[in-house]
Design a protein around this ligand. Sequence first.
Ligand SMILES: [Zn+2]
Length: 310
Amino acid sequence: MRKAGLTAMTCALLLAMAGGRALAQQGLGEPVLKEGSAKKISPHVFEIVGFPNIFFVIGSKATLVVDTGLGARNGAILAREAARLSPKGAKFYLTTTHYHPEHASGQGGFPAGYTVIRNRAQQAELEADGPRMNVRFSGFTPEIKDLLQGAVIGKADVLYDSDYTLDLGGVKAKMMFFGTAHTLGDELIMIPEDSALISGDVVQNHLSPNVICDRCSPRQWLLVLDKIAPLKPRLVFPDHGDIGDGALITQEQGFLRDLQTQAMALKAQGVSVEDASKRISEAFAVKYSGWSGLGNVPQSVQRAYADPVG
Ligand SMILES: [Zn+2]
């Protein structure tokens, strides 16, 4: 079983930490991914549990690595792990679920020969805001600062608009962009042969959504979930916390709909955003007491209030 603290280990929380208190002090685990720890979680997918969870989709002729860890040192660990898990002569691909440092800043640690794939929106966001995020994360702990030293903003070899499918040999990976949710460029990856969805930070497991970007809102996140639900995956593999089944999508929709409905009702009554944040946070602390990251709720209410469509 995974530790409860790990469920809470997310960039959501990391970004909310005042003064950059050490991850270890928070009981959130280590920022260096554990080499040799990948475990098979479905017929073609292996996972390293960590910050963040890393997924390897292994076909008979190629391997797709999903996300990089913090900085090049983690990227190199993942490249070695991918080589260990893959058949001889395999081709290697890397993709990132979004531009935040624990997902994308380790690209420089992957050897030449890797083909990097991203959606256009994510690449643009990485280039526009990646440097600021790396500086911000570097302020959290000396160890993270060290890992991010010299981190480069990576380029992609393949850019796609809405989706891109890779045939890895006996298994396919369909990378998809549905719109703005956690960031402007979230990617989700469907593995049809395993009925598995690698869900990034968009569908999580009992973890309050982090509506972090300025232009993000619960309403837009719900629109993305409406597009994900018809995929009906049997398995859902989030970037932070425990893997689960397809019910995680319904659960995420329920939480965000609840928040959106309550926020819009209070806004219509003329309640201030400060009061609404306080009231909804108090109500959610009781209603969703088993969830982590509920410190995000005020931010989500603010984004709901600020959404011009509402
Ligand atoms: Zn993130």
